[in-house]
Design a protein around this ligand. Structure first.
Ligand SMILES: Nc1nc2c(ncn2[C@@H]2O[C@H](COP(=O)(O)OP(=O)(O)OP(=O)(O)O)[C@@H](O)[C@H]2O)c(=O)[nH]1
Ligand SMILES: [Mg+2]
Ligand SMILES: [Zn+2]
Length: 356
C-alpha cells in the first residue's frame, strides 16, 4: 500500500484533489508545532509552513491548515521547507469556541472518522461533559465513541456502568484499564485500518497511555496525575497523528481545560436522542420543554424515564448555543464552517446516492 493510503488517502480524496487542478502533490498534516506543520507526502515527511499568499487570502483562522488536513504542498528548493498553498475541502472536523467572550471558532483537527471521547472512571467522571464532547462530534460530522478508562480505580463499577448505559444507550462504548491491560484488545477489534481516530477528553484521563498501548511502544509522553486533585499536568502539548502497525490512524490531543461549545442548535438533537424521541409527543411542535402544557419531555423526566441530570444539561447546552447564535446575528459574523458543512453534506448525499 502506498504511504498516502496508509494515512487515509482514498478514491474520494483523489477526486477532491483532481477537482483542484493544481499541479502540486498532496500531503496530510500530521502535527503542528508553532508555525511549522509536519506534512506527510508520498515522498516522505516535509516540515512546512503556510504560504504567505495563502495566509493572506484566508479570512478566518479556521481556513488555515490543522492536524488531519489534506493540503497541497511545494518543497522550496533553497530550504527544503514546504510551503502549503491549499487546504482540500474538509470532510469533517472538530472545533470549539476560543473562549467565553469569543465566538470565533478554533479548529482542533480535521478529517476525523471517529471521535474517541475518553473519560476516567474516578471522581473526575462527568456525564454532562461527555455530552458536550458529543456535540463537538455531531456538529463536526464525526462519529462519537466513548472510552471509559481506569476501570481499576472504580469501586462501584456495576452502579456506574448502569448510570452510563442509561444515559448513552445508543453510542458505542468500551471500558478499559491500561493498568490492568484489560479492554484494550476489544478496542483493537473495534478500530478499522485507514480510519482516523481523534482522542479527546480532559487532561490526565489516559488518552496518550491508550495510544501508546495501541502503538505498542511509548511514543507518547505521559505524566502522572496529581494525587491531590486527580488533574493531569498536560503531558501532551500538540495535536499529532500516529500510525499503528495495524494501520490505525490515531490523533492525540492535549486535554482541554474547558470546552466552549459552538455549532447549530439542531446538533443537540443528535446528542440528546432520548429527549428528541420523546419530544415528538409534546402537544406543541415548537415546545421548549420548559413551561408548556402537555410536555412529554417534562413528563418523561418526572417519570424517571429521562435522567433529570440529562434534562438539565440539555437546557444548559441549548441556552449556550442560543446565546451564541444571538451574538452571531448581532455581529453579522461569517461562519466558514457552514460552508464546509454544506459541501460535505452534499458529498455525503452524492455518496449515498451512488450506493443505491
Ligand atoms: N490507575 C490508572 N492510571 C492510568 C490508566 N491509564 C493511564 N493512567 C495514568 O494516568 C496518567 C495520565 O495519563 P496520560 O496518558 O498522560 O493522560 P492524557 O489524557 O494523555 O493527558 P494530557 O496529555 O495531559 O491531556 C498517567 O500517570 C497514566 O499512567 C489506568 O487505566 N489506570
Ligand atoms: Mg496526553
Ligand atoms: Zn416539550
Amino acid at each position: 500500500m502506498n504511504i498516502l493510503a496508509r494515512y487515509g488517502w482514498n478514491d474520494d480524496w483523489d477526486k477532491v484533489y483532481r477537482s483542484y487542478d493544481i499541479p502540486l502533490p498532496p500531503g496530510r498534516i500530521t502535527g503542528q508545532y508553532g508555525r511549522f506543520l509536519k506534512c506527510q507526502t508520498a515522498e516522505g515527511e516535509i516540515i512546512s509552513e503556510i504560504g504567505g499568499r495563502f495566509s493572506y487570502m484566508s479570512k478566518n483562522a479556521a481556513d488555515l491548515p490543522v492536524t488531519g488536513d489534506w493540503v497541497l504542498v511545494r518543497k522550496q528548493r533553497e530550504t527544503d521547507i514546504g510551503l502549503i498553498s491549499e487546504v482540500l475541502t474538509r470532510r469533517s472536523w472538530i472545533a470549539r469556541r476560543r473562549g467565553r467572550s469569543h465566538h470565533e471558532e478554533q479548529l482542533l483537527a480535521a478529517n476525523i472518522d471517529f471521535l474517541c471521547i475518553v473519560s476516567a472512571l474516578d471522581e473526575t467522571l462527568n456525564l454532562n461533559r461527555i455530552e458536550r464532547y458529543m456535540l463537538l462530534a455531531t456538529d463536526g460530522q464525526v462519529e462519537p465513541v466513548l472510552l471509559f478508562n481506569k476501570m481499576d480505580l472504580c469501586e462501584n463499577l456495576i452502579e456506574v456502568k448502569s448510570k452510563i448505559q442509561n444515559r448513552f444507550f445508543d453510542i458505542p462504548m468500551h471500558y478499559l484499564s491500561c493498568n490492568w491491560g484489560s479492554g484494550l484488545s476489544e478496542i483493537k477489534n473495534f478500530l478499522q485500518p485507514q480510519n482516523t481516530y481523534a482522542f479527546v477528553g480532559p487532561s490526565g484521563v489516559g488518552k496518550s497511555t491508550i495510544i501508546n498501548y495501541l502503538l505498542g511502544e511509548e511514543k507518547q509522553k505521559i505524566r502522572p496525575v496529581r494525587a491531590s486533585d486527580h488533574k493531569g499536568r498536560h503531558a501532551t502539548v500538540s495535536r499529532e497523528i500516529f500510525l499503528t502497525k495495524d494501520g490505525f490512524i490515531l490523533l492525540d490531543t492535549p486535554g482541554l481545560r474547558e470546552l466552549m461549545l459552538t455549532g447549530e442548535e439542531s446538533a443537540l438533537d443528535e446528542v440528546h436522542t432520548s429527549i428528541t424521541a420523546v419530544a415528538q409527543h409534546c402537544r406543541f411542535s415548537n415546545c421548549t420543554h420548559t413551561v408548556e402544557q402537555d410536555c412529554a419531555v417534562r413528563e418523561g423526566v418526572d417519570k424517571g424515564e429521562i435522567p433529570e441530570e440529562q434534562y438539565e444539561n440539555y437546557l444548559k447546552m441549548r441556552k449556550e448555543l442560543q446565546h451564541l447564535k444571538r451574538k452571531e446575528v448581532y455581529s453579522g459574523s461569517y461562519n466558514p464552517k457552514k460552508r464546509w458543512k454544506s459541501i460535505s453534506k452534499e458529498q455525503k448525499r452524492l455518496k449515498k446516492r451512488k450506493k443505491h
